[in-house]
Design a protein around this ligand. Sequence first.
Ligand code: ARG
Length: 247
Amino acid sequence: LILALVLPGAALAGSLDEILERGKLRVGLEPAYMPFELTNQKGEIIGFDVDMAKRMAKAMGVELELVSTAWDGIIPALLTKKFDIIMSGMTVTQERNLKVNFADPYIVVGQTILVRKDLAGQIKSYKDLNDAKYKVVSKLGTTGEQAVKRMIPKATYISFETEQEGVMELVNGKADAFVYDLPYCATAMAQRGEGKLVFLDQPFTYEPLAWAVRKGDYDFINWLNNFLNQSKNDGTYDKIYEKWFKD
Ligand code: ARG
């Protein structure tokens, strides 16, 4: 706060100028969303978004700082300048877009379902879960939670703080279905699904994921969109994609 007062013009400059002046890009993310951002056994934050963030900082000629932030507070943290940008697999929703600006989407995903194996015969789509007898889980404040409430309103919905807890509830037989973004469900299925879960992998929502910045930060948005376009067409994006989505 004090710094903002003593740096002339800093309060008026867009984020891009602030980043360059500071010599550091600060990226907000919640590292629980495989394979976009996760914490490895050494405690390092890695993933698709992290590799893109590294490229981004390099292209700006600045250092990178990853700011680990709880999902339900990630937009307020951006707005109060805890970091410059959210790179955290965030779906562009019209509601969020009232509070933040998004760069162009970098990937499109959708909601999919992991179900307990013994229910595979009766649950073929999200519609079959629309009954109070089914216990459906997802994560607090996500589009998974919103999809369940909107499209499977009769199911008994239970929210978890983390993706991992939601999946474990299902693996332990205490829930019937876990609704979440396709890439996460695919990874969870590969890691914990064997013999226990069935993956209904046809997305039933349309969800572009994009980087979010504070409203009105058009210089930054312009830089981000051109960076994304360049990355998508010079092989950078494909290389990172291959690394995290090889199967
Ligand atoms: N795409 C979903 C959403 O925007 C889930 C994103 C969760 N990201 C995370 N880093 N935990 O609500």
